[in-house]
Design a protein around this ligand. Sequence first.
Ligand code: AMP
Ligand code: ZN
Ligand code: FE
Ligand code: FE
Length: 280
Amino acid sequence: MRIDLHTHSTASDGTDTPTRVVEQAAAAGLDVIALTDHDTTDGWAEAAEAALAHGIGLVRGSEVTASASGISLHLLSYLQDPTSAPLADAMRATKTARISRARTMVDLLAEDYDLTWEDVVAQTASGATVGRPHIADALVAKGIVHDRSAAFTAMLLPTSRYYVRHRAPTALEVIDLVLTAGGVPVLAHPGAEQRGRVLGDVAIEELAEAGLVGLEVHHRDNSPDQVERLAEIAARLGLLVMGSSDFHGTGKPNVLGENLTDPQVLAQVEERGAIAVVRG
Ligand code: AMP
Ligand code: ZN
Ligand code: FE
Ligand code: FE
């Protein structure tokens, strides 16, 4: 069983439609994927239809933006009830906050580069959750940088003068919202040091006490040292060990199935989740 529980589509900042993500997962020989777009469940229905058509399993989820002592964090939520209002409302609020944040970043970039908000809108699928990757794509389309990675390195990281934060619930609040919705909360790429500061052991212990279920230990943004540290924390706290690609389509080097999650771990996620895995 090959299981990859973290992917993105055009419902957020991936470059492929939910159907295309599922088609490529099937072609790559994956048995189960999760669609986890940022702060939305909008891709679920299309992905579920495609999973049924292509005979693969689909875990419906979201990647929920959170903040913790000034750090931006991502919490994966798996198999939550999408009609649970507290989580749906929080994600909608974050989605809205992301628009004004992106506009402010574009205003700052426009002081130095030939970039407009319309350029970013042109790179964003209708209704998608806006993020820095869309600004990166606009910079690429304008010939200002040559790819998404170069845009991040040069001007979109938290250390850049063009970087702007947006409001998001705290990680403890997100865990609460996810659990209330019957979802399974997992801390995404907890060792991604090149994205900004990461949580220390004590902070992760606090999240575990609040009901965090798993850690995304195997992810390309966690360095070997971080993988070792996170595996030790997961073992000590009894957290599930997840491995995922964080596929974003052609915009990022991440390849579907480059990291995998064990079937026994998926079984535990499914047992805890409020909704079923779609089985094609
Ligand atoms: P945002 O949601 O606006 O905070 O942007 C976060 C998204 O940017 C994540 O989904 C990442 O996939 C992407 N991202 C973060 N760092 C980089 C990077 N160095 N290169 C390319 N994409 C990145
Ligand atoms: Zn993303
Ligand atoms: Fe993330
Ligand atoms: Fe992601």
